[in-house]
Design a protein around this ligand. Structure first.
Ligand SMILES: [Zn+2]
Length: 156
């Protein structure tokens, strides 16, 4: 290691108060480092306790007051009317599908056998929709309190 390596090894340490063992040995025969490292120590010690963004006055109280005034995070809820409208659109599209020209083209291309997987997919879509609706409206069904009670019993 040369002089720069020893100095950078010394500067990378968290504490500048103690010299690393290898640097101490290096200082035994290197006069340049014997002059440079104490000067570095003196300069670094002068900067100790000085913060780069020193505030003129203590702002912690005003910051904490504004943090306490902030409203808690509230999840955005989808309104009832949007749920009902989207459910009606989903159901209506399923019921109107047999009358669609595209559906007729699909039947002509793939045959009547295509109806079964399509019906299964549509059934899964409406089931998923109903599941999401029920999961997001547990309070309306009175299930939330029952679930909380069951979970509390299991926790005991
Ligand atoms: Zn040196």
């Amino acid at each position: 290691m040369n002089c720069e390596d020893h100095i950078s090894h010394y500067l990378k340490r968290e504490s500048i108060d103690r010299l690393p063992f290898l640097v101490k040995i290096h200082l035994l025969w290197c006069g340049k480092c014997r002059r440079e490292i104490p000067a570095l120590r003196k300069n670094l010690a002068a900067y100790r306790g000085i913060f780069p963004y020193a505030m003129k006055r203590d702002m912690s109280d005003s910051i904490m007051r504004s943090v306490c005034k902030m409203l808690p995070y509230k999840r955005g809820a989808v309104s009832e009317s949007k749920w009902i409208i989207s459910g009606c659109i989903l159901l209506g599209s399923i019921f109107l599908m047999p009358f669609n020209n595209s559906m007729q083209w699909v039947r002509d291309s793939f045959g009547e056998f295509f109806d079964i997987p399509l019906t299964i997919v549509m059934g899964m879509a409406i089931s998923l929709y109903i599941t999401l609706f029920a999961a997001s409206h547990l309070k309306n069904f009175g299930l939330r309190s029952k679930i909380d009670r069951i979970l509390a019993k299991e926790a005991q």
